[in-house]
Design a protein around this ligand. Structure first.
Ligand SMILES: Cc1ncc(COP(=O)(O)O)c(C=O)c1O
Length: 399
């Protein structure tokens, strides 16, 4: 049987691809500290579960394709707190931020079109672009520059008649970058001048550790007609398994096209939408405590990594990831070796190889991405194991 070339070309997730090696190591009794995936260990607010327990209908029915209006109203109120004026009609509930991204890229691009994406980027972007037969034009950013953007001129050089959109995460996964006001305004101006859609993936909006205030693309009035915000409860409320996200846009044509995708997939899960509506009632103190916790973890991981000879990394400004260049021949080989060959007292650590976070061939091959989603003692132990692993690894390049 023949399957589509498009499906064959779809990149496998560098975050999940090495899971079989981890499963095998676990089967052999190894304990693995998982730094490869952004699955927070923070508790989901109890309100979510309480709400689900109270559900007493005899039938679990379909909801509307746009999404549960109670949830939509809560999200509208949430945005108002950030000074982002949206109405019910500007919002579509999706099955996680992932589905929102998939729809947004499909709506933006015909086959052969291109989108600008700062690299390294969240690898699902490449999968969604590939499934729309669109090309990612990477805006390469560097650890040495804290993954901030190059000049406007450098970015504009990448634009041609095939370019339809700019897609980015802010705060950034995997870079931890939080774009400055100048950068947010520069990208907004580029989008306006070149008639591009701006897809701002802001699922980490609350995870910012700098003193300067965070500026959402939703706060830039002059791009409201060409802005799509991708959002999710996954990280904000540590509710990754709820699979509830949304698309927000003032562009009514975008929303009406998006609604057709929502209709095709029926609706988002009924129970989880109820739970998500309750999550938006969570007191702000929950978010500030979580922020404080991640700031602490970031400092522990960053300082720990800085103490390992040969590692290059920069302190992330937001989200909960860190990119690090290792003194190894190949990061993926190193991670597999850590799972198969290495352990200290039956323990090892797992990270994500970073090559799949880049579109430019050859970049990222000696880099890993780590998520600081473990508690303090576990993070410290993970760093210790990583240091010992690097020093014992046969493919070390700085000996
Ligand atoms: C930048 C970014 N966007 C979107 C998502 C998707 O989130 P979800 O589909 O769980 O809402 C993730 C998940 O890791 C992410 O890191």
């Amino acid at each position: 049987m023949r399957f589509s070339a498009r499906s064959h070309a779809l990149p496998a997730s560098p975050i999940r691809r090495l899971e079989p090696f981890a499963a095998e190591a676990r089967e052999k009794g190894k304990k693995i500290y998982p730094l490869h995936i952004g699955q927070p260990d923070i508790e989901t607010p109890e309100l979510f579960f309480e709400t689900l327990r109270k559900f007493d209908s005899k039938t679990l029915a379909y909801g509307t394709s746009q999404g549960d209006l109670d949830l939509i109203d809560r999200i509208v109120e949430y945005y108002a707190k950030f000074g982002i004026p949206i109405e019910r009609e500007d919002l579509l509930v999706t099955n996680g931020g992932s589905e929102a991204l998939n729809f947004a890229v499909s709506i933006a691009c015909d086959p052969g079109d291109s989108i600008l994406v700062p690299e390294p980027f969240f690898p699902a972007y490449a999968a969604f672009a590939a499934s729309a037969n669109a090309e990612i034009r990477p805006i390469t950013t560097l650890a040495e520059e804290g993954f901030h953007l190059p000049s406007r001129g450098e970015i504009e050089k990448l634009i041609d008649t095939s370019t339809r959109a700019i897609l980015l995460s802010h705060p950034g996964n995997p870079t931890g970058v939080v774009y400055t006001e100048e950068e947010v305004k520069m990208l907004s101006d580029i989008a306006r001048e070149h008639d591009l859609l701006l897809i701002a993936d802001e699922v980490y909006r609350e995870f910012v550790y700098m003193d300067e205030p965070y500026l959402s693309f939703g706060n830039i009035e002059r791009i409201r007609d060409r802005l799509v915000i991708v959002d999710s409860v996954s990280k904000r409320y540590s509710a990754c398994g709820a699979r509830i996200g949304c698309l927000v846009s003032k562009n009514r044509e975008f929303i009406s096209l998006g609604l057709k995708y929502c209709q095709a997939r029926g609706c988002s899960p009924t129970l989880e939408q109820l739970g998500a509506a309750a999550l938006y009632e969570t007191p702000d103190s929950y978010l500030s405590e979580v922020n404080e916790e991640y700031r602490k973890r970031r400092d522990i991981l960053f300082e720990g990594l800085n103490g390992i000879p040969g590692i290059v990394c920069r302190k992330p400004e937001g989200a909960f990831y860190i990119m690090a260049r290792l003194p190894v021949d190949d990061a993926e080989k190193f991670i597999i070796w850590m799972l198969q060959e290495f352990s200290v007292d039956g323990e090892t650590v797992m990270a994500a190889p970073a090559e799949g976070f880049y579109a430019t061939p050859g970049l990222g091959s000696s880099e890993i991405r780590m998520a600081y989603v473990l508690k303090e003692e576990d993070l410290k132990r993970a760093v210790e194991l990583l240091a010992k692993g690097i020093s014992a690894y046969p493919g070390r390049t700085d000996r």
